[in-house]
Design a binder for this molecule. Structure first.
Ligand SMILES: [Zn+2]
Ligand SMILES: [Zn+2]
Length: 188
C-alpha cells in the first residue's frame, strides 16, 4: 500500500498511524525460499506509526501472519502465528545522497510524498521466517525404513538393516538433524 506522508512532511501532523494488511505473493514451490511449502492462512498485518520529531521521521511497525507449515521431521502440519518488527528512519528522496553506502536498509525512502514498503516487507518476511518448523521439540520424526510417523507409535522395522533405497533419505535426515543442532534458533 502507498502511505500518504504529505501531511506529515508538511508538518500538519506529528504522527501517522499505519494499519493495513496485504496478501503475500510468493512461490510456495520454490525450494530455495524460506517459504517453501508454507501456507499463510491470514493476510500479513502491518501496524505501527511514523512519528515526525522536528523533521526527524521514525517508523516503527509490527507485522504478523498466521501460517501452516510442515514439521521438518515428521511433515505433519504445524500451525502458528509469526511476528516481527521493523524500525526505520524515513527520509524524503532528496536526502538520498546523504545516506552512507551500506546503511540503506536502515532507511525508508519517500517518493513524491508517498511511501511504499510492501515489496520490502515481503522480502523481510521471507528472510526472517524460520526455515524449519517442528511440531514438537521432541518430535520423533518418520521411520527411515517404512516412513511411519513415530509420534503415533513404534513400527516393527529392524533398524540394524536399512533398505539401500532409503539410504539417500537417511543421509538427508541425518543432515537435517545436524543442521538443527548447529542452528538451534531455527527450531521454532
Ligand atoms: Zn513432527
Ligand atoms: Zn518402520
Amino acid at each position: 500500500m502507498k502511505i500518504d506522508l504529505r501531511s506529515l512532511l508538511a508538518g500538519e501532523c506529528r504522527q501517522l498511524t499505519i494499519d493495513y494488511s496485504m496478501s503475500p505473493a510468493y512461490d510456495e514451490n520454490d525450494a530455495s525460499s524460506a517459504l517453501y511449502m508454507v501456507r499463510f492462512t491470514t493476510p500479513l498485518s502491518v501496524k505501527g506509526e511514523i512519528t515526525n520529531t522536528a523533521g526527524y521521521m521514525r517508523m516503527t511497525l509490527s507485522l504478523s501472519i498466521d501460517y501452516v507449515a510442515p514439521c521438518a521431521r515428521c511433515l505433519s502440519d504445524v500451525c502458528g502465528s509469526f511476528s516481527f518488527d521493523v524500525e526505520k528512519t524515513v527520509v524524503p528522496e532528496g536526502l538520498l545522497a546523504n545516506i552512507k553506502e551500506g546503511d540503506e536498509d536502515d532507511y525508508a525512502i519517500v517518493y513524491d510524498g508517498f511511501l511504499d514498503m510492501d515489496a520490502e516487507l515481503l522480502e523481510l518476511l521471507e528472510l526472517s521466517f524460520p526455515s524449519k518448523m517442528l511440531c514438537d521439540e521432541d518430535c520423533k520424526g518418520l521411520c527411515q525404513k517404512c516412513g511411519k510417523n513415530l509420534n503415533e507409535g513404534e513400527c516393527s522395522c529392524d533398524m540394524t538393516e536399512i533398505d539401500p533405497r532409503m539410504l539417500p533419505l537417511k543421509k538427508l535426515w541425518e543432515e537435517m538433524q545436524t543442521d538443527q543442532e548447529a542452528n538451534p534458533d531455527n527450531q521454532k
